[in-house]
Design a protein around this ligand. Structure first.
Ligand code: FES
Ligand code: FES
Length: 168
């Protein structure tokens, strides 16, 4: 199977029952993406496929052949850490760090969803494309990413700090 992972073409000869998460961790040695529940409940395995966040434990690698995949290892650029990575450090957005790769990938895609005007369960005005990134909006949109350490307040503040148009 062939993929593009963090901008580089990769090939892997794996069983067709291999999950995308196991492909990354066990075959490509990209262990930044974490396995928590392995059943779609915790978000630790969140990665980006062409900008869309998915739980890689629920995806078969064979489904994603030829697609462009970004993991936490691919978030930083030549200029240094991704702004969200910097913000998580500055705002204590983690303790043990196990959930952090998934939180970061999820936050990257979540901010894009907000910018596109995609409403959430708690959005008041469903036709307003300029959705305010309130704490409730961010909490709802990040609710698929659990943190056993309870670093939620830091995570929310870190995400908010990288967004324009937030109120105090
Ligand atoms: S490991 Fe994929 S959602 Fe928990
Ligand atoms: S920082 Fe430990 S699980 Fe989130």
């Amino acid at each position: 199977m062939e993929f593009v992972v963090n901008g580089a073409p990769v090939r892997a000869d794996v069983d067709i029952r291999t999950s995308l998460l196991d492909l990354l961790r066990e075959h490509l040695q990209l262990t930044g993406t974490k396995k928590g529940c392995d059943q779609g409940a915790c978000g630790a395995c969140t990665i980006l496929v062409e900008g869309t966040r998915i739980n890689s434990c629920l995806a078969l690698a064979v489904q994603y052949q030829g697609r462009s995949i970004t993991t936490v290892e691919g978030l930083a650029g030549a200029g240094g850490l991704h702004p969200l990575q910097e913000a998580f450090i500055a705002h204590d957005g983690f303790q043990c760090g196990y959930c952090t790769p998934g939180q970061l990938c999820s936050a990257v895609a979540m901010q894009e969803e907000l910018a596109c005007g995609i409403p959430s369960q708690v959005t008041d005005d469903l036709v307003d494309e300029a959705i305010q990134p309130s704490r409730d909006e961010i909490r709802e949109r990040m609710s698929g990413n659990l943190c056993r350490c309870g670093a939620y307040n830091g995570i929310v503040e870190a995400i908010r700090s990288t967004m324009s148009g937030v109120d105090a």
